[in-house]
Each structure stands twice: as C-alpha cells, then as structure tokens.
Design a protein around this ligand. Sequence first.
Ligand code: ADP
Length: 494
Amino acid sequence: MSRYVLALDQGTTSSRAILFDHEGNVRASASMEFRQHYPRPGWVEHDAEEIWRSQIATAEKVLATGQASADDVVAIGITNQRETVVLWDRATGKPVHRAIVWQCRRTAEACDRIRQQGFDRTLREKTGLVTDAYFSGTKIAWLLENVPGLRERAERGELAAGTIDSWLIWNLTAGRAHVTDVSNASRTMLFNLHTLQWDEEILRYFKIPPSLLPTVQASSGVLGETRLWGKSIPIAGVAGDQQASLFGHQCFEPGSAKNTYGTGLFLLMNAGEEIPRSDSGLIATAAWQRNGRTVYALEGSVFIAGAAIQWLRDGLRLIESAEESEALARTVPDTGGVYLVPAFVGLGAPHWDPYARGVVVGLTRGTERAHLVRAALEAMTFQTREVLEAMAQDAGHPPERLRVDGGAARNDFLCQFQADILGLPVERPATTEATALGAAYLAGLGVGFWKDERELASQLRMARRFEPQMSPARRDELFAGWRRAVGRAKGWAH
Ligand code: ADP
C-alpha cells in the first residue's frame, strides 16, 4: 500500500491539490482556476462555493491521476490565501455574501477612522498588525454593517465566519468542525498574539459577536476528519500560505528567512518563540503552533511584485509572456537610470501608504522596452531590500541567506540581481512547491507520518545558489536611486 499526504493549496486565483509521498516528492498534482469578481474599482470578491467546488474537484482529480484511494491518504494538510473572509449560515452551510478578498480596499476609510481614534496602537500592540484594509477584521465588520439582516442573524448565533481554511474544513467535515489555526487567526486583526485567543476588547470595538468565530487550534495535529471518500481521513495540518511556505522551506531556526515572488512578495523571517516587535513597518505574525509551542515570524508584505510583469504583458503588451522578461532584461546592461515603482494599489511594507500610486521615473529618449522590463524585475529586488533592511533593524541582524520560491523566482536574472542588491546569497530549492509542501509537512508531522523536523532535513535539496557579485558601492548607488523614486510615488492619490 502507498502512503501519501494530500495537500490542499487554496490560492487567490486557483485551487490546487498535491499528493506528496514520504520522501516529500510530488506524486500528482491538479489545479483549477476560479472567477475573480470586481464589483467596484478596488473591490475584490470570490464566490466561496466556487472555491469549495474547485478545491474538492482538484482533490478528486489528484487521487485519480495519482492512482491513490482514500486508504492511501494518511492525512490532509490545508494552506490557503490569507485574510480573505467568508460568512455563512450554520444551518444551511450556505455563504450569506461573496467572500471579501485580501486585496479588497473597501475598508481603507474605515482604517483611516481607526487611526484617527488612536485604536491602531491597541491593534498593533495586541495583534502585531498595522491597521490596513488588507486584514480580515474590518472586512467582517463591513459585512455585518452593510448587508441587511446580517448583524441580527450574527447576534442570534445563526452565522459562522472564517478565513478560507475554516470554510474548507467546515465543508470537509460536513459542518462538524468550525476551526482555524493560529497562523490564519493572526491575520484577522481580532486575535491576541500574547494570549493566543480572540481579543474581547477588539471584538467589542468592531461589534463582532464572539460566537461568529471559529475555535483556534494548533497548526499541526488533528483538527477534524473528513468522510467524503468513504473513509475517515484526518485533517492534521493547517497554515496560511506564507507561513506554510516558511515551514516548507524548513526555516525552523530563528533568523532563517524566505521570500516568495508571486503576485506580491512576502518575506518572512522565523522569530522564534517570542513575539517580534517592529519599529520599521513590518508586522508580527504567528508562524505555526506545534507540540504546544508557538513560533512567530516577522513579515514584510509587498502587494505588487510579479503582477508588474503581468501588467507589462497584459496592460502595456510590451512582452508576450512573463518568461520573456528574463531574456529581454539581459539585452541591456542596466535600466539606463529608469525606475518603476509598482505602487498600483498603494504600498505595503515597510511604507503602508494606501495613497501611493505607480510611477516610472528617469525616462530619456534612449529608453527602450528592455529598460522598462528590466526596471520591473529590478523593482522586486529593491522592494525586497527595503523589507530586509527593516528586518535587520528589528531583529538586530540580517539573515545569512534568503531562500526563494514563487512563479517569478524561476527567473535567473531576478535571482542573481537579488543576490547582488542584497549582498546575500539567494538559494532556490529544487521543489517549487514550498507552500503545499509546508502544509503536507504540518499534516504528516501531526499524525506521526514523519517523526520530527530533523527527519525532513534530508528532503531539502537546493537547485541553485546565487552568490552576490556586484560591488557594494554599485548596489548602494542603485538602491539610493530606488529610494528617491519611491519618494515620488508616495501620497500621490491623496
Ligand atoms: P500567485 O501564487 O501569487 O498567483 P505565482 O507564484 O504563480 O503567483 O507567480 C505568478 C507571478 O509571477 C505572476 O505575477 C507572473 O507575472 C510572475 N512570473 C511568472 N514567471 C515569471 C518569470 N519567468 N519572470 C518574472 N515574473 C514571472
């Protein structure tokens, strides 16, 4: 009999399922895209039922293509797009509104009011987060305030709320479990990092009834079981996508860090078992909880990274594919002084300026398409350096190296330039599935399929290491230019 862990990787644009074997190899994978809804400029929604249907369809597909039966699956691990929230009816299991997605800016003004009232300081102290529309709390409050009847129904205890992990587990367990894990809870802005519980003062402030919220559990260990496929399979690992990726990269030691280059970029550094403090615009988050120990991380969340390459492809039609950006960037020795600051939806870490907008500066008659494309790739590396400098300041030291993953990390030019701009080695693992693997690890460890973290060490294979080659003077000169360009982008839409 074969034995696998089934990872469900519920992302922003697609649902994926991957079957991992005991050596951490991918046995089979399947993915399915689902619809994005943009009801107004800056608003983003998902149909939670479509998320569930696509997720379960990929799970069934992966079992079929992997020639596996439910008997072969020792545990299910879940990792998910973070902060996105769903409200549903406990009796029928039906969502009462579309899910509000992490990217949605509808509560930006509500966040301005929180800051005016000074409550942002309480939120920062208790939850580790910066007050921003990105997190779930103001999204739940918005639903209760703006959708007729929801507040009354919530107060009568008829509704349940949750991030996408909760929603999937509710459905997998046919409504028997309304749970989440600490890593997802820590993205809601309602969760106290010190007590590891929902915070009463914050719930009162947002007028959110406690009965609405799931029970918070460890990230590894049995959280529920599904009987969907004729046999009971434990759901034994859950973490938000970036925390799962940190685990999948085996960043188990304090100070180890990873950067994921996808739509946005998310740099996380293991901070050990003490809640990290940031005075530099980063956030503190729960990374995972396992065997009664909670590990925290410092995080820099940057909203636009690879999405700038998509914009060059779909918006400006300068390139035909994202991959082409690499060869094109190499046709010029530098950007000719051009900087592209992709502040399309404002700036996240470390600036947190919702009113920043994108700029291109330094254009001359000699500027060509290749310069602009190269500038978009370089922008990812400068944004990473900003976050890493903030991290070094908060943590007292920079990491020794940076492990990378995500779609854009396949780009060798980007990885080399990143090493150059940081003056740090950049390591790209052989597996590109760090996020799903992290969820699989948490689940497998949760049922004893793997004994402990040490047993996983032999599975970590680096495909390539990029060493810094640029002179320190040159890297600082280029970065100084970036800083000036960011200054031009800030506050633009005020
Ligand atoms: P997500 O999980 O956020 O959807 P992915 O990790 O799948 O993102 O990465 C997709 C992003 O990476 C897209 O924004 C795309 O433009 C960018 N991308 C993909 N391949 C490359 C490449 N070779 N060079 C630069 N950017 C790339």
